[in-house]
Design a protein. Sequence first.
Length: 257
Amino acid sequence: MTDVYVVGDVRVRPLTDGTGEFFHPAREAFPMAAESAWQAARDLDPTAFRGDRWRLRFRCFLITTGTRMILVDAGIGPVDSPAASWAPVPGRLLDQLGEAGVDPSDIDTVALSHLHTDHIGWAVSPTRFRNAEHILQRTEYEAVDQLNPELRHRLLDPLRADGQLRLVDGAASLTPGVRVSHTPGHTPGHQVVLVDRGQETLAITGDLLVHAIQLADPDVAYLLEVDHELARQSRREVLDAATIIATAHLTEPFHRL
C-alpha cells in the first residue's frame, strides 16, 4: 500500500521511529495461538519472523488536515527515554518529521494510545511538542502507577504543569472526522484514533493488535495485555467497524479489511 494514505481530505503518514526484536520470543508472547494462526500470520507478515524471534516496527502516525496536525503516539524516544532498557533507541521520529517538512513545534495535538514506554518516548520532554495538547484517556492516567510509576513524574506531571495534558472519558473529537475511542484491554485506558470520511473508516490501532497473529485471529491473547477478554472485545469491535487499519508494530503500516 501507499506510504501516505488519504481518507477524504485527511492524510495519514506512517513514521517509523525504529525497528528491533521484542524481548520475548513470539510463541511466548502469544502462548495460546493455534498452528493455523501462526501460518496465517507468516503469510500476512513474513518479515516479522526471525526464527523464533519477533521483529517489529515502532511506528507513529501523522494526521494532517487543512488546519490541524495530529501526531498519534510518540515512539521509543531519545537515548535516555523510558524505553531505553529494551527498545532500539535513539529513535528516528524527529528525523522522519523533518523529512516530511514538519517541525515538532508544528504539531498541535499528540494522541497517546496508551502509556507503554515505546509509545510515549518523544513526549517525555514536553518541549519536543511544545505547542501540542496531549490527549490521554482518564482511565489510563489513573492507572499510571500500575503501568509504570516512573511516568507520573517524567511525563504526566510535567505535561499537566505546562497545561498540555487533556484527559478524556471515552470518545472525544480531535477535529471534525477524527476522534479517539476508548478500547480497553491492552491497558485500562488504551485508545485508538478513528478517521471517518464517507464510507471509509481508518483506525490507527496503537497496541489494539501488536502482531499479525492477532489480525489473522483477533481472539488470540497477548501475554502483556492486562485484560485478555476486554482486549479481544475491543479488537473485534474496531476490526468490525474499520475499513482499513494503521498499525504500530506490523511490518506494513496499512492493512485493508
